[in-house]
Design a protein around this ligand. Structure first.
Ligand SMILES: O=C(O)CCC(=O)C(=O)O
Ligand SMILES: [Fe+2]
Length: 194
């Protein structure tokens, strides 16, 4: 379902956006909501403990571990509905993802701050595939170096965003708070750990 593709060139990277990648986003949202074992890990920032402002789960092939929020997590087995998407991404994009970080933003108060997905275990130039279902949210990108012109996209329910290499080397991304939004959004970011 790769029609309506939009390519967004970035200096030092680029994005491919497919607004209607998932055939039935409402159904996928409900399955993820009900079937994933959502966690809310604690993070220590400047010596103070907080809970992450969203729920998370790390899933993938057995025996993988991934560091997020400052803590190493072992992969949970693939939920069937996530595995189906992983297999389809391999057919459509050629990228063979072996894990995914799942994010559940319960409403517009939940968010993710600016970061790059540039952990060494992702290799020097990872491709990240990001699936969104549920509430539409703004996704912001800013380059590491001036001129710091930001790029803003609205990630629709059912969309696929590919962050192409070498975007993670030169850009950061964030999902800012949007206090008017009362619905949930679930995001799947597929990665390859090497
Ligand atoms: O929720 C999103 O769209 C972004 C998620 C993200 O950046 C991540 O999991 O690293
Ligand atoms: Fe990210």
């Amino acid at each position: 379902m790769l029609w309506d593709t939009q390519h967004i060139p970035l200096v030092g990277g680029g994005l491919d956006y497919y607004p209607r990648y998932i055939a039935n986003p409402a159904k996928l949202y409900q399955r993820l909501h009900d079937e994933v074992s959502w966690q809310q890990p604690k993070v220590t920032v400047f010596g103070r403990q907080h809970v992450t402002p969203r729920l998370l789960s790390f899933v993938g092939d057995s025996g993988l571990s991934y560091q997020y929020s400052g803590v190493s997590h072992c992969s949970e087995p693939w939920p069937e509905c996530v595995k189906v998407v992983r297999d389809q991404l391999l057919l459509d994009t050629g990228f063979d993802f072996n894990c995914a970080l799942l994010n559940y933003y319960r409403d517009g108060h939940d968010c993710m701050g600016y970061h790059s997905d540039n952990e060494p275990e992702l290799g020097p130039a990872p491709c990240i595939a990001s699936i969104s279902v549920g509430a539409e949210r703004d996704f912001c990108m800013k380059p590491n170096r001036p001129p710091r012109n930001t790029v803003k996209l609205r990630l629709e329910s059912g969309s696929l965003l590919l962050m192409l290499p070498p975007t993670q080397q030169h850009w950061q991304h964030a999902l800012p708070k949007r206090k008017g939004i009362s619905q949930g959004r679930i995001n799947l970011t597929f990665r390859t750990l090497i």
